[in-house]
Design a protein around this ligand. Structure first.
Ligand code: NAP
Length: 298
């Protein structure tokens, strides 16, 4: 039976470690870390994500600067909001909650965020820093996967890793981070020929295809470490039911074959949120010349 890579438990542990670091650094810094989350419009899922992030900030001692703008806010107004937050010395991290309402140019807005406050790690400069192996905020979801693997003591050096998915948000930075940890990395995508054969060759499989239940027993060799990044809500079975969450992997089939498996929910999701806090506290520590925060994590 696969060992469960419990992201919920590790995220709680990392929150405690961050809270202690914030408490210890308050005297020297003279203020708590600050995270600004910009939400535009009324996407219900975004409202839940932002509320979760704010609660998590509260637990760690990060001050939240929430900005909620109406759906018809224009590009210029949002640019001004970002520029003000860039200049605000109490704000260490800025996050633009995606997706944005139609008509807004998300790329231009992400580009306007000060790269040193880009706690989502999506600014081209930070993606470039990752490519070059230089310091800088790392994309939260793949950084969360790396932290899970690291704290579980899973050695990556020399491992055959397959990343399914090549998005800028997950697949591409994931592949770079695994490569930097000296894994031998293959990236699969929608045009990959014989995906199942590629999967069966892998010793570590990270699945971020955004396809519910894409891979099952047929894709796993015994002893593989399986990380399921996908998250989907299944159709409700009964009226009033919300429908269960599932991933890109059919967990029930894989758990008897894999050596380790991330659950959905409770695997990669909580790690994504906690890495946002890690990035914020790191930016705060850097700007106050405090010791590096959780330097052993990527
Ligand atoms: P995305 O932008 O839609 O990218 C999906 C990638 O998967 C693309 O590169 C696509 O290939 C590839 N792909 C799609 N179908 C495939 C198939 N049948 N075989 C092989 N590759 C296939 O999605 P994303 O933003 O990376 O997110 C992926 C999943 O992770 C989603 O379910 C998302 O909800 C989830 N997610 C979870 C968290 C979390 O915190 N748990 C965070 C972020 C994302 P092409 O490039 O060829 O189109």
């Amino acid at each position: 039976m696969a060992l469960r890579l419990d992201g919920k438990a590790l995220a709680a542990q990392l929150e405690r470690e961050l809270e202690a670091r914030v408490r210890a650094g308050l005297g020297q810094a003279g203020r708590p870390p600050g995270l600004a989350v910009i939400r535009v419009g009324h996407d219900p899922a975004s409202a839940v994500y932002v509320a979760n992030k704010e609660r998590a900030c509260g637990r760690v001692g990060i001050r939240s600067f929430a900005t909620h703008q109406p759906a018809d806010t224009d590009q210029q107004t949002l640019l001004k909001t970002i520029q003000q937050l860039n200049r605000n010395p109490a704000v260490d991290g800025i996050l633009l909650q995606l997706p944005l309402p139609r008509g807004l140019d998300g790329r231009a807005l992400l580009l306007a965020i000060d790269p040193d406050k880009d706690v989502d790690g999506l600014h081209p400069l930070n993606l470039g820093r990752l490519l070059r192996g230089e310091q800088g905020p790392r994309s939260c979801t793949p950084a969360g996967v790396m932290a899970l693997l690291q704290r579980a003591g899973i050695a990556l050096e020399g491992k055959r890793a397959l990343v399914v998915g090549r998005s800028i948000l997950v697949g591409q930075p994931m592949a770079l981070m695994l490569q930097q940890a000296n894994a031998t990395v293959t990236v699969a995508h929608s045009c990959t020929v014989d995906l199942l054969a590629r999967c069966r060759e892998a010793e570590l499989l990270v699945v971020a295809a955004g396809r519910p239940g894409l891979l099952g027993a047929e894709a796993i060799s015994p002893g593989t470490v399986v990380v399921d990044v996908g998250i989907h809500r299944q159709p409700a079975q009964r009226e009033g039911d919300r429908g269960r969450l599932c991933g890109d992997v059919r967990a029930g089939e894989v758990e008897t074959l894999a050596s380790h498996l991330t659950p959905v929910p409770g695997g990669v999701g909580p790690m994504t949120v906690v890495m946002l806090l890690v990035n914020t506290v790191r930016c705060w520590a850097r700007s106050h010349a405090l010791d590096p925060v959780l330097p052993e994590l990527h």
